[in-house]
Design a protein around this ligand. Structure first.
Ligand code: G1P
Length: 298
């Protein structure tokens, strides 16, 4: 079996209820972060790591997402007629990024179930899962390091980040042991969204995974867990206890770069401001305005 990861799976079937009414008729993945849909950052991250085969797990009412990564001849022609090659580039760019495929999840039974739906497309090879709510700053890529760990050891590799203990119940949480490498840990156990008092550490699972295909068989046998959903964290917990000869073993790469959470409203606003304030075109004016605005706050 190839140890090289070539395919990315991007679950995008969620209802986005935290952003209603904006997400009544627009998929949450299409909400702009500055001026680009959140999901495009994720695809760009996958492609930058060499993953040019991207499978979206979608659901009903995700048409705009498919349209975004497809041609729009009417718009392209209009921009061509105007000679606006800069904007034309912005329109065609998403269509040329990757080989994009879609499969619908059908029943929304949880993240673990969404990953299981990818089995037919992925086949018997390791693959990446990227969650759209986690935006990793392109200046701090983490997938290359995760791929290196996978190539070295096989098994599955997850991305972990230190978070304040009081917010650990928003995440999957890992119990770990150190390895000879500073930012790589052996995952011994996992728990999905624990109470603070039950958390084995303050290491949160961030939405980047490299999974051994053994995960599919495990997911098929994973009962609904937290929130009545089939949890990927629960399947990883099983993988962590399985022998490496059977595709088991889970390592964690501890991420210390910039990450933005676009999954809840406050973090989404912060992500927009932080990213816009660093942009060459918008940053200088925004920073001046921000400083004045902050001074008016008491
Ligand atoms: C999912 C996972 C959780 C992980 C999180 C990262 O939860 O179930 O383990 O920590 O993504 O963003 P969600 O935020 O989709 O509820």
């Amino acid at each position: 079996m190839s140890k090289v990861v070539r395919k990315a799976v991007v679950p995008a079937a969620g209802l986005g209820t935290r952003f209603l009414p904006a997400t009544k008729a627009t998929p949450k993945e299409m909400l702009p972060v500055v001026d680009k849909p959140a999901i495009q950052y994720v695809v760009e991250e996958a492609v930058a790591a060499g993953l040019e085969d991207v499978l979206f797990i979608t659901g009903r009412s995700k048409r705009p997402l498919e349209d975004h990564f497809d041609r729009n001849f009417e718009l392209e022609e209009a921009l061509e007629r105007k000679g606006d090659s800069e904007r034309l580039g912005l329109v065609t760019e998403p269509t040329e990024l990757a080989r994009i495929h879609y499969v619908r999840q059908g029943d929304p039974l949880g993240l673990g179930h969404a990953v299981l739906v990818a089995e037919n497309h992925v086949g018997n090879e390791p693959f990446a899962v990227l969650l759209g709510d986690d935006l990793i700053d392109p200046r701090d890529p983490i997938l290359p390091k995760m791929m290196q760990v996978r190539e070295q050891h096989g098994g599955s590799v997850i991305c972990l980040m230190e978070v304040p203990l009081e917010s650990i119940s928003l995440y999957g949480c890992a119990a770990v042991e150190p390895t000879s490498e500073n930012d790589v840990v052996q995952v011994t156990d996992l728990v999905e969204k624990p109470e603070v008092s039950q958390a084995p550490s303050s290491l949160a699972v961030i939405g980047r995974y490299l999974l051994d295909p053994a995960v599919f068989e495990v997911l098929r046998n994973t009962a609904p867990g937290r929130g009545g959903e089939i949890q990927l964290t629960d399947a990883l917990r099983v993988l962590a206890s399985m022998p490496e000869s059977e595709g088991g073993g889970v390592r964690g790469v501890v991420f210390s770069g910039r990450r933005y959470d676009t999954g809840d409203r406050l973090s989404y606003l912060q992500a927009n401001i932080m990213l816009a304030s660093e942009r060459e075109d918008l940053g200088p004016d925004l920073r001046v305005w921000l400083q004045k605005f902050v001074a008016t706050l008491t």
